[in-house]
Design a protein around this ligand. Sequence first.
Ligand SMILES: [Zn+2]
Length: 468
Amino acid sequence: MSFASLPWTPYYQQEGSADANDSASSSSLMAQYALAGTILFTAIVYAWESYLDTRQHAAYKINQFPSLLETTVSKIDNKEKKLLPQMKEKFSKAQLYGRDKMQLGRIASPYDVTESIAFLLLGFLPYMWDRAAAIGNQYFGYTAEDEIKITLIFLGLVTLIGTITKLPFELYSTFQVERKHGFNKQTLSLFFTDQIKSLVLTALIGGPFVALLLTIIQKGGEYFYLYVWAFVCVFSLFMMTIVPVVIMPLFNKYEPLPDGDLKDQIYALAKRLNYPLTKLFVMDGSKRSSHSNAFMFGFGNNKRIVLFDTLLTQVEQDEILAILGHELGHWKLGHTVSNLVITQLYVGAAFFVFSQTYGNTELYQAFGFHGKVPTIIALLLFFQTLWAPVDKVLSFLLTLFSRHNEFGADKFGADLGMASQLQTGLIKIHLENLGAMTPDPWYSTYHYSHPPLVERLSALTNLVKKST
Ligand SMILES: [Zn+2]
């Protein structure tokens, strides 16, 4: 049996398949069906996610205000706040916004899945690797010995192609869908400046990261996954430190929150919870979008809180405090730390399993690689094939965990005595963002990192009932 008679092989093959004949004749089942299996898995995930999209799209077509939301909000609302009338007024707008976003996804996802499958069948990875090696050889005199340098050229090419193929969808999303619904505030020049800045940062940070990672894998010996794990842990901590301080200011302006009542109250809240707040910023989120947010960051005794300028105009002061009460709840309840630990365990597990498959050259032959496979290719194929199903399951578990934590942080806010302010704050933000009012239960269970609004509101109402 020659290599070409493997049941599934990509169109482009690296040279040297003749040498691979012998090993191919004893190909394991896994190697024989690795390509077909990967395509099948991609197609199954696509079919499943499209089905969920169809369900959510149908939910966005409902034109009657959901009764559960109505009864839940009416318990929170009063004549002064007029939240229910506002929700009803914005209901059809929110439904339309949801449909428009889904419509874009309905074009983007078939395109994505077709691209992925076509790339697998055509042998995009071996082809790009050979091109990168040829460019490296022609312009810099690199040989097969210079694998890491060729890897950087390869990743540069692949990233550039990825950025360009995604561009039409991002442009359409920002300047068509978001603008139509009044969210987009950015100009084309800001959009492209952001893209270029991101590419430069990816090269500056991603390049050295990949180079070090590959060196550790190649030189680490039998237990390389342990060193990789330690390296990735240190690198994540490094990124958590520099992202807010060095990288985010490249995209947005951070100004201290002006002196006044709000600032005093936030510091008082932080003090009450022993949160070592050292700086309080307002970020000019409005320069890109009118969507709003708040977040916290920092290590040890040097923590900061950032409020989007859009948030300040969309909700009242006591609601901002309630939202921060929720955010600080995530910190106080250890969610920030547990997320970091889970991520590191995930990385450790992934690299351990990778270390067990790293030497399996048959697997790489199934994707068109012959001879010594470059480490980056081994990594990419591992995450795209064997690890992909594991990743899908783990991501779903993490989504469940995240929703669980949201209820926990809401309860924390309620225990601070801010349940009703949190409720009205959540409703207002939901309205401003035209959030989904008719989330399909299957769709939201699979995709939402936060529980649907109505669930959060009723959980808070129940908490208030219990405590009184
Ligand atoms: Zn939260």
